[in-house]
Design a protein around this ligand. Structure first.
Ligand code: LLP
Length: 438
């Protein structure tokens, strides 16, 4: 069994997180429950933030809040000196309600609505990451009408796509996001924005993928962007102040995953960019990054109560839990792999093989296939590791199942940060039928 962050097994054989018994948490808050190890989130954040400081590179580490967005999470990210990346009016609203300093907010998205852009102007956020020509037009008009300045980055697709250990470079990127760096679109976007009276072009952004365990692809992408910066400098005497290399730093879900420490990603990235910058005789830009999963992924653990048990003779043993694809769509959607332990038997050997099924009405609602677990009985608490990123964030009310509660734990303390949905929440927006029959 692999333990993450502050996880331990106590003298009663129970899994603890942040010094708190997970059985106590399950009892007090109910299940399904997301538990976040705050110390681990802080450690990861410091890993990124302090490495830039140590290297003397001006930087912003923006938490990609699509991974897990809540008021308390934004406040935690701000405490750790991070900026915030939002991708919707809903995330922006949550961040503002959390008291995040607006100038530290970056707004992403390939189809931001006018209302969302107006909200960003109204709040005077730090920067909008511009995705396409339609958005350039909309923004120019909006900024002019409001007579208000707005800082922007151009999101470009460098033709580098990274995933896990591999990456590919292609001449053209087939992506719904951003301006192609290789086919002239990025240059055209530059020409349309760099002299605008109200839009203040800071530089470029790219995001090359998810769950990346190798630093080479970030370097390749960085070099391509620096080359473009050099061209814009030479041709138009324009200086890109900011180079944003996105997120995608990998984490350990199972033993096959071999992530690097935040420091390593940052150090390698800086080494390559600095070298390239020297080569083309530019000054080092500010480096911004956007980690999501690597900040909150393995800091999150889902607690479920085990209920029914089904044996398919000579095929498989199912155990079912009180949640499933409604609180973690990743196994069904991406065939994502996870590990788990029976939290009240964490000191016992994992002698059994079970497929952990959810309770949703869909055969594909399986959380883990062939999990190695302790002998399971109804009422046991299953702790599924590494569910902190894109778990709660992608939760749904399928089958009108209520969304779980979320708690933060740290140094023996625990705190509810998102309350469990109730049946009243479930019907809150419903209206009774008023159409008359016939
Ligand atoms: N920046 C941009 C522009 C992004 O599109 C993303 C993720 C990130 C940063 C953060 O990436 P991270 O560090 O978390 O890998 N739902 C999928 C992941 C979708 C990621 C989308 N973009 C999953 O559950 O694996």
């Amino acid at each position: 069994m692999h333990l993450y962050g502050t996880q331990q097994v106590n003298s009663q054989g129970h899994l603890t997180i942040g010094g708190v018994d997970t059985l106590t948490l399950a009892q007090q808050y109910g299940t399904p429950l997301f538990v976040y190890d705050v110390a681990l989130i802080r450690e990861r954040a410091q890993g990124f933030v302090n490495t830039f400081k140590k290297l003397g590179v001006t930087a912003q580490v923006a938490y990609a809040s699509k991974a897990f967005s809540s008021i308390a999470m934004y406040q935690l990210a701000a405490q750790e000196g991070m900026s915030i990346d939002v991708v919707s009016g809903g995330e922006l609203y949550t961040a503002l309600q959390a008291g995040v300093v607006p100038s530290t907010i970056h707004f992403h998205g390939n189809n931001k609505s006018l209302a969302e852009l107006e909200m960003a102007f109204e709040a005077k956020i730090g920067c909008i990451v511009v995705d396409n020509f339609y958005e350039i037009e909309t923004l120019k008009q909006l900024a002019k009408n409001r007579q208000q300045q707005m800082a922007i980055l151009l999101r470009v697709t460098p033709g580098v796509e990274a995933h896990t250990h591999d990456f590919i470079t292609t001449g053209q990127a087939d992506s719904k996001f951003g301006f192609d760096l290789n086919n002239g679109q990025a240059d055209e976007a530059f020409l349309q924005t760099y002299q605008d009276e109200y839009l203040q072009l800071l530089g470029m952004h790219c995001h090359i993928g998810s769950q990346i365990f190798d630093t080479v692809a970030f370097g390749v992408a960085g070099e391509k962007l620096v080359d473009k910066m050099a061209k814009w400098k030479e041709t138009y005497q324009f200086t890109c102040r900011v180079l944003n290399l996105g997120g995608g730093f990998g984490i350990r879900y199972t033993e096959e995953d071999k992530p690097l420490a935040p420091q390593v990603y940052v150090e390698d990235m800086i080494k390559v960019v600095q070298k390239k910058v020297n080569e083309v005789k530019l000054t080092m830009p500010e480096i911004w990054i956007e980690p999501g999963r690597s900040l909150v992924g393995d800091a999150g653990t889902s607690l479920y109560t085990i209920g029914s048990h089904k044996t398919v003779p000579n095929v498989r043993e199912y155990i079912a839990v009180d949640g499933g694809m409604s609180d973690n769509i990743r196994p069904a959607l991406y065939d994502a792999k996870y590990e788990a332990v029976i939290a009240n038997k964490a000191d016992q050997a994992a002698t059994e093989t079970y497929t952990v099924a959810g309770k949703l009405c869909e055969s594909g609602d399986k959380l883990i296939e062939d999990a190695q677990l302790q002998q399971a009985e109804a009422g046991d608490i299953l702790a599924m590791f590494c569910t902190g990123a894109y778990g709660y964030a992608m939760a749904s009310n399928y089958n009108r199942v209520a969304r779980p509660a979320v708690v933060f734990v740290e140094d023996g303390q625990h705190q509810l940060v998102i309350a469990r949905e109730t049946y009243d929440h479930i019907i809150a927006n419903d209206k009774a039928l008023t159409l008359k029959k016939g």
